[in-house]
Design a protein around this ligand. Sequence first.
Ligand code: HEM
Length: 535
Amino acid sequence: RGPDPFTPTGQPSGDTTETRAQGGAYLTTATGTRLPDTDHSLKAGPRGPVLLRDHHLREKITHFDHERIPERVVHARGAAAHGVFRAYGTAANVTKAAFLAKDVETPVFVRFSTVLGSRGSADAVRDTRGFATKFYTSEGIFDLVGNNIPVFFIQDAIKFPDIIHAGKPHPDREIPQAQSAHDTFWDFVSLHTEATHHTLWNMSDRGIPRSYRMMEGFGVHTFRLVAEDGATTLVKFHWKPKAGVHSLVWEEAQIVNGVDPDFHRRDLADAIEAGAYPEWEFGIQILPDTGEQTFEGIDLLDPTKIVPEELAPVQPIGLLTLNANPANFFAETEQVAFHVGHVVPGIDVTDDPLMAGRLFSYLDTQISRLGGPNFDQLPINRTHAPVNDMLRDGMHQTAVHTGVAPYRPNSLDGGCPFQAPGGYVEVPYPVEAAARGRVAPASFDDHFSQPRLFWLSMSPVEQAHIIAAYTFELSKVFEQTIRERQLQVLARIDPYLCEQVALGLGLPVPEGKPEVYVEPSPALSQVGKTWPTKG
Ligand code: HEM
């Protein structure tokens, strides 16, 4: 892994990856004292009592007692791999990011995950998959913390605790929602219809990938690229698997989850061990950075919307190859800490209100999950760029900072570090007065035109799978009003979809104008007029 940036000089010191390998000739305590016996505690006589002075007994048990750390509050179940990213150079005209220049190779660590299950849950459940990539670039770490679905459930991060509470196991029985009562999830998504698009992708075959190696990945939000001359461009990031996109069918997934709950993590590790290295092409949709931050009427700050590839083709900019399994799951896969705010010069964030909340949330949760503010020093999280951050002390500080003046300017430590243009640009836009409530632009209220686009793009077999998925999932909802409300949501996607699911549930097809929480926007009404009747 990377060089240790925490040498007294602050300069990389070469590979100092720490290994506490089980390979030495002698068994020792944590502090290196050789041990004669690790199987018998020290007793006063052969039948005891056991003596408190047995340091090894206490050290061994104490350490074991503290082995667990909190699992991630979401995306707890995951698998990861090391690899390399090689840039084609095709993005060099839109970004000054050094790792995107032609033929530059950058080490990466990628973690795939489910969202809702706990650490010990099954792999092949119907869920969104995380696709998080840490690029250890020469200019610092760039984390692309994406999913295998290009849109998200909500438009404002303030609802994130709510959608997750609704989706996690029911608080009374802690039974995972798949195979059990689904009332809270369907209650939420039928009341907050901005979730319709993401939910539809979940109900499609994309919700049960065959393999992590066969999933697309998406940055979801719109990002801003900055070129050498300062020109800015808006982009959407895409990962396209070389192995193609493949899914399980529902019955396969049921069997797989029973027979091999570790199916996806085993598949990833086995493929890499066998030398069949998984590959993805990295691509961007390039969109002009206009003041409105819209493209063909699509609000680029709305994470429930895609930009269809027909309107803005994905342009390949590099190749990701995963070629090494982690040596230790806890040290690497569990302790890796991704953050949307880890960007490098040439890549920046935007004002997407979901992204704003994420920029706060990841660091905040990691302080609690990884025990203090110094987890950037863990080997898997270390940058490969020199660090000179003026951050000091704190829990689990492992660096020995020299110097007495961690502030600038100073006249004690040989001057002051330069401040240079770097990873964060401020593009000047007019900002309106503070407001809370339903003040989002009108296009944020269009919750149905893109789900409808997705539905119509499906083949008849794929549509049949979607109908079966909604029917199965809603059959697990006990509260009749929730089922009926969700049928009204389906009616707004497509009357045939609604009718088929209603038939499957044995419920009447809703009549008249669907009653849902959000009033239709003018754009939505237009779409409604063109609904064909199918079937
Ligand atoms: C974790 C993606 C929205 C909070 C993750 C992970 C991924 C991800 C891939 C797992 C990272 C890993 O493997 O370690 C996304 C995407 C989102 C989204 C694509 C929307 C576009 C949000 C929002 C919040 C949030 C809105 C909160 C406001 C978290 C937290 C974790 C997490 C707290 C756990 C991080 C950790 O413990 O290290 N997310 N997320 N996410 N996400 Fe998100």
